[in-house]
Design a protein around this ligand. Structure first.
Ligand code: GDP
Ligand code: MG
Length: 175
């Protein structure tokens, strides 16, 4: 920009859901497709920043991944603090992870003091042959709770970019 007065947007987005639903792989799949096709996601990184162009403006999303605390139901309030978007992830091949979504949503709502753009994500849709959660159930829950909904596969990349992009665009349209 010529005058150095360009607006900047930086939004925090959190990924939550039960252990092993694919949160870390969703983020590395998304980040890899934007940055470096040949590098692996570093384990233990708190967040990764992705940039996208919306209406000619640079919008950055700081996407947070848990470091495995969810295994002990010990995701801290610092993790949620300041989040404007959230991906609530379950695994379509494990019913118990879908049953946990309500608890994650409650925890998210308890910790947030702003409007949060929320996407319910049914991950591992490549495992359709051992599916335990019908797509209609995911859709119905999302509708009932006012969430966006998408089935994804971090394995084959189905809808991964779309899911993150929808959340980031929704945040942008909210501000
Ligand atoms: P997290 O604990 O939620 O961060 O889950 P991870 O990203 O560590 O993934 C847990 C396991 O599920 C790993 O073995 C992954 O390889 C596998 N996984 C993650 N996403 C997918 C997916 O979309 N499809 C399949 N088939 N496996 C996946
Ligand atoms: Mg993880």
């Amino acid at each position: 920009e010529s005058d150095g007065e360009a607006e900047e947007y930086l939004f925090k987005v959190v990924i939550i859901g039960d252990s092993a639903v694919g949160k870390t792989n969703l983020l590395s799949r998304y980040a890899r497709s934007e940055f470096n096709l040949h590098s692996k996601a570093t384990i233990g990184v708190e967040f990764q920043t992705q940039s996208m162009d919306i209406d000619g403006k640079e919008v950055k999303a700081q996407i947070w991944d848990t470091a495995g605390q969810e295994r002990f139901r010990a995701v801290t309030s610092a993790y949620y603090r300041g989040a404007f978007g959230a991906l609530l992830v379950y695994d379509i091949s494990r019913r118990s992870t879908f049953d946990s979504v309500g608890r994650w949503l409650l925890e998210l709502n308890t910790h947030s003091d702003t409007t949060v753009a929320k996407m319910l994500v049914g991950n591992k849709c490549d495992l359709d042959n051992i599916r335990e959660v019908p797509v209609e159930e995911g859709k119905a829950l999302a509708e009932a709770e006012g969430l966006f909904f998408m089935e994804t596969s971090a394995l084959d990349a189905t809808n991964v970019k779309t899911a993150f992009d929808i959340v980031i665009r929704e945040i942008y349209s909210n501000v």
